[in-house]
Write a protein that binds this ligand. Sequence first.
Ligand code: TRP
Length: 439
Amino acid sequence: MHGVWANRWTFILAATGSAVGLGNIWKFPYITGENGGGAFVLVYLLCIAVVGIPVMMAEVLIGRRGRMSPINSMRYVTREAGLHGAWTGIGWMGVLAGLMIMAFYSVVAGWALSYIFSTGAGMFAGVDGENAGALFSGLLGNSEKQLFFHSIFSLMTLAIVAAGVTRGLGMVARVLMPFLFVVLIILLGYGIVKGDFVAGLHFLFDFKLDKLSWDGVLIALGHAFFTLSLGMGAIMAYGAYMPDHASVGRTIITVGILDTVVALIAGLAIFPIVFGSPGLVPGEGPGLMFVSLPVAFGNMAGGQLFGTLFFLLVSVAAWSSAVSLIEPGVAWLVESKKFSRVGSSIVLTLFAWLGGVASIYTSFMFDTLDMLTSQIMLPLGGLFIAIFVGWLMRRAIVCSEMDAEGHPLFDIWLFIVRYISPILVALVLVFGLYKKFAG
Ligand code: TRP
């Protein structure tokens, strides 16, 4: 059995540290750009509300019930419910998915690290969209540089995981997350004053159904899982440290709202700059953040300082997320008592690092890892978690873990976890994958 977070807020901050990361600031704006804006954003918000947050509660609940690594917590609740051991597979798939995500995540985090130095050196002074695009392509064409920063980021993650997640990470979240928030607000201010804010608003919130495909719906669902760190046991591992008396419901709603607000502000900062700069298009792809924001920093007063600070904070946000990608596997190896924490951390980080090297040299690897995890493994993990908690765990146990006997919201939540979330996830998975591979 683990130690326990000092209090409810430490859990909220650690979970938010895991949730808020590249998913919010890099991935959300670029997939929104590629999928036409408005309708995509609405589907994404719906997925967060009716699938993401309810399933997140279910995942935390399993972790707190088992109080061990995801694999062993799954084993515990499976035994408790008298079920076949195959359900432990949720934990195994999670460990694998975490390493696969880390393999492309740390490459993008490496880009952010390298941008701390580019911005700090004033490379973006006065750039327009085209110049900024050329600078980013230059980075993509420089494998050694990517490899260097990817390796630095992997080592940073290794250091925290090896030291133990409960130590130190709370500080990161408590001090640096609020800072990130402030810098995003400053960028938002730049977008309002200097960019085309109205065009940005229309793009993000106008409901244009014709722009949305089934593939887009699947991407939105997958991203709801990705951004909440859901479906692979990361949040389950953190839930294992949650104090008994804390309310799962209220806590998770707080985390979900914080995460969503950060993503929306990032979008509201990025798109006005895109529409205000000739040479930039919303469908830019993975480079969107690395091309549009330098334009803002290169042309605003104090941009060199704020830009450096911004990429520093994005790197920190990515760092506190990456830790939760490795932690489930490490926690399990440590529990098996055959490995030390340091040894386990080194082995698993090394696996992810190798995957990252492959992603640097072939963009096919990068895209495949992203697609397989976000659009297949995370939704599947979430689907099984919802079925497990909704249908297979004893209602009395679920109720006592939620600490919500007789609360009207409890019945609504249970209804969503039983019917709405699994049916929606299954439908979107089946149609989305069918259209992707057969249609
Ligand atoms: N949620 C993080 C982000 O948005 C990424 C992340 C961390 C993650 N842990 C996870 C995604 C576990 C899926 C599963 O950047």
